[in-house]
Design a protein around this ligand. Structure first.
Ligand SMILES: O=P(O)(O)OC[C@H]1O[C@H](OP(=O)(O)OP(=O)(O)O)[C@H](O)[C@@H]1O
Ligand SMILES: Nc1ncnc2[nH]cnc12
Length: 175
């Protein structure tokens, strides 16, 4: 089972980046090409590719599998970046996450209105980051096709914030 394989390698780092946070470190996954391939297989099996036009991946850990997944599904990839990194005209949204606050941006011409977008990130915690991403996508007239995460921290109930945007929420391992 993919969830057990993932649990066996994801590393808990206590008190990072601040006291009280148990950080889920995914870097050991990246050292195992077979496991990376299995993650893509699991996403492909659980997603309805013909209902997705574009994959949006969130900086920075959402870039790692976001582009790989877009390549696997044969879909375009759109980066959602932290403030001040995208060079062209952007729309922006501020948000709170499990540790701190941030602002994210997307290029205003990232996709055309009506595009069905799968939002990918490595991890769902409070849902602040993907909620802000969904708001950006909607500002540009996009439709949220669903969400795909490797990890969800279920005790933080982030998925409850996402159902307003799409009921399609895929997570490969929960804690
Ligand atoms: O559900 P939330 O409470 O919003 O938290 C989840 C977000 O936190 C982490 O990103 P982080 O901002 O640490 O950036 P990084 O990917 O660049 O490490 C993670 O990759 C998600 O994007
Ligand atoms: N506990 C956590 N571990 C890794 N990334 C996170 N992003 C938000 N909370 C996190």
């Amino acid at each position: 089972m993919i969830d057990q394989r993932l649990k066996s390698v994801i590393r808990d780092v206590p008190d990072f980046p601040e006291p009280g946070i148990i950080f889920k470190d995914i870097t050991p996954i990246l050292k195992d090409p077979g496991l990376c391939e299995a993650i893509l297989d699991a996403f492909e099996a659980r997603l309805q590719a013909d209902a997705i036009d574009v994959i949006a991946g969130i900086e920075s850990r959402g870039f790692l599998f976001g582009l790989m997944l877009a390549q696997r599904l044969g879909k375009p990839f759109v980066p959602v970046r932290k403030q001040g990194k995208l060079p062209y005209h952007t729309v922006a949204q501020s948000y709170a996450l499990e540790y701190g606050k941030a602002t994210i941006e997307i290029h205003e011409d990232a996709f055309i209105a009506g595009t069905r977008i799968l939002v990918h990130d490595d991890l769902l915690a409070t849902g602040g980051t993907v909620t802000a991403t969904s708001q950006l996508i909607q500002k540009l007239g996009g439709n949220i096709a669903g969400f795909a995460f490797i990890i969800s921290l279920d005790f933080l109930k982030g998925s409850e914030r996402l159902t307003d945007y799409s009921p399609n929420i895929v997570s490969l391992v929960g804690y």
